[in-house]
Ligand binder design. Structure first.
Ligand code: ZNH
Length: 141
């Protein structure tokens, strides 16, 4: 569970990063694809070279989804319904992968935000990404 302060902090962080959503998202994806090559299988038909147009566009979608959902954190389950179905049944993303991307997102935020990514922000973001990932991975069988 995130406290009220933590929820506000998460919204503030994502709102601030919205203008660079593509850069942040593409970097997190690239880190995941490089550090955990198994994740590349899901992107076999796509151009995942560093800062490719695809990686930037897809990274932006991911960050905007995270930013958007953070504004109504009490209803993640309902609001992420369509994204949950898509990841579980169409894309068939094994749930372990969400942990890998979350981890790479934390590293990306730490690199990008520097001192502003305080231990308190880190802990709150870790909780938020875990909650989001739990919803996206829940329907996988
Ligand atoms: Zn995912 C897609 C988000 C994780 C894989 N995604 C997607 C989208 C979004 C997302 C928003 C779009 C949708 C539409 O279009 O409608 N994801 C997300 C998030 C996360 C994720 C937020 C976390 C947190 N994913 C993930 C992972 C993986 C993935 C981990 C693997 C590894 N996705 C994916 C794919 C896709 C998606 C493959 C599709 C792409 C294309 O086709 O382009």
């Amino acid at each position: 569970m995130l406290s009220k302060q933590e929820k506000e902090l998460i919204v503030e962080i994502w709102t601030g990063l919205t203008p660079v959503a593509d850069t942040i998202g593409a970097e997190a994806l690239l880190r995941m694809l490089t550090s955990f090559p198994g994740t590349k299988t899901y992107f076999a038909h796509l151009d995942i070279t560093p800062r490719s147009a695809y990686l930037l566009a897809h990274g932006q979608k991911i960050v905007l989804a995270l930013a958007d959902a953070s504004k109504d954190m009490g209803n993640l389950m309902t609001n992420l319904g369509p994204l949950q179905t898509y990841h579980a049944y169409q894309l068939r993303i094994h749930p372990t992968n969400f942990k890998l991307l979350s981890y790479c997102m934390l590293v990306t935020l730490a690199c990008y935000m520097g001192q502003k990514f305080t231990p308190v922000s880190h802990a709150a973001m870790d909780k938020y990404l875990s909650a989001f990932s739990a919803v996206l991975g829940e329907k996988f069988r």
